[in-house]
Design a protein around this ligand. Structure first.
Ligand SMILES: C[S@@+](CC[C@H](N)C(=O)[O-])C[C@H]1O[C@@H](n2cnc3c(N)ncnc32)[C@H](O)[C@@H]1O
Length: 314
């Protein structure tokens, strides 16, 4: 037992698939942009040891603390080649500079939120919590979701919920938030979840097995907006190839069709990359059974062409 039980409840998705995708070997330098509970990062660090390095970032200071404690409790913790930084993954170049590294052999992103964040009832990610509807990964930056929906027009709220959540009842939900705001602002996660449950019709009993909580799409949409998640992904993609060694890999797990589309198109269009996954890698039935979070995970992998030289680097 390596102390996991005390520090993280997050089960990494597509674990073996990610490690294979990164083509790991001792001596390699890998960036894990989304440290989370550290499951992928620790495994990568073990595979690149003793002379390689894993450079991991997270926007959530609680994730970094948790992984520090987890690593301290590991038997091989003191020798693990793992450096962690509090940073947005789209600013990985600053982390590389701090680590004294120019080029890397691989990037991993495992997007979205971790089960640890979901379990923290103060952050607003969990529908039934009475904590503030915050939804920021980095609580020191930007504006919490409850403030955003207190300021936005009903139209803006509806557009965000529709665009990022693909929620068909977006206008109804936005109107209900707006109406309620006149007397009593929407402050907690539970407040918003209750509104969504009133606005989203209950599916017929025969369809219930496959359904998700009526609040899921709305929470997801607000989280994406509050954290500018698609902006971070686009900024990352616009520069990651420049920092890859020839033959280096970039592997991205997404949980949302908008993210997956951005990754798919960027891999196809970026000069100097060869797509290794014509179709995304998805979880097996056995993994979905063990870890239902993996149900919507899609892993795409690309490799930097070896004859590309330094063409991309300005
Ligand atoms: C799904 S979890 C990663 C789980 C991790 N692979 C593991 O094995 O435990 C996603 C993590 O990415 C972080 N995150 C999300 N967007 C980020 C960003 N733009 N920059 C850095 N970290 C981000 C979240 O705070 C969260 O901890």
């Amino acid at each position: 037992m390596d102390g996991e039980a005390q520090t993280t409840v997050h089960i990494p998705v597509l674990f073996d698939e990610c490690l294979d995708a990164l083509n790991l070997a001792p001596g390699k330098i890998i960036v894990d942009g989304t440290l989370g509970g550290g499951g992928h990062s620790i495994a990568i660090a073990r595979r690149v040891a003793p002379n390689g390095l894993t450079i991991s970032t997270d926007r959530d200071p609680a994730a970094l603390d948790r992984v520090d404690r987890r690593v301290e409790a590991l038997e091989d913790g003191a020798t693990l080649p793992l450096k962690t930084y509090f940073a947005n993954y789209c600013d990985f170049d600053a982390a590389l500079e701090r680590a004294g590294v120019d080029r890397v052999d691989g990037f991993l992103l495992d997007l979205g939120l971790s089960s640890d964040q979901l379990a923290d009832r103060e952050r607003g990610f969990s529908f039934d919590s009475d904590g503030d509807l915050d939804l920021r990964f980095d609580p020191t930056e930007g504006v919490p979701a409850f403030e955003m929906i207190a300021r936005w027009s009903a139209e803006k709220i509806a557009d965000v919920i529709y665009q990022y959540g693909e929620e068909r009842q977006s206008r109804r939900i936005a109107r209900a938030i707006f109406e309620r705001r006149r007397t009593n602002p929407v402050r907690s996660a539970r407040d918003l979840a209750e509104i969504c449950r009133r606005c989203v019709p209950t599916p017929p009993p025969w369809a219930q097995k496959k359904t998700i909580d009526p609040a899921t799409r709305t929470f997801q949409a607000l989280r994406i907006a509050v954290n500018d998640e698609l902006g971070s992904l686009e900024r990352f993609l616009s520069k990651c190839v420049d920092y890859l060694n020839p033959g280096g890999r970039v592997a991205i797990i997404s949980f949302h069709s908008l993210e997956d589309r951005i990754v798919k198109n960027a891999f196809r269009d970026l000069e100097g990359l060869t797509v290794l996954t014509k179709k995304p890698i998805v979880a097996t039935d056995e993994e979905i059974e063990r870890n239902p979070r993996s149900r919507s995970a899609k892993l795409r992998v690309a490799e930097k062409k070896t004859d590309d030289g330094d063409r991309n680097r300005g």
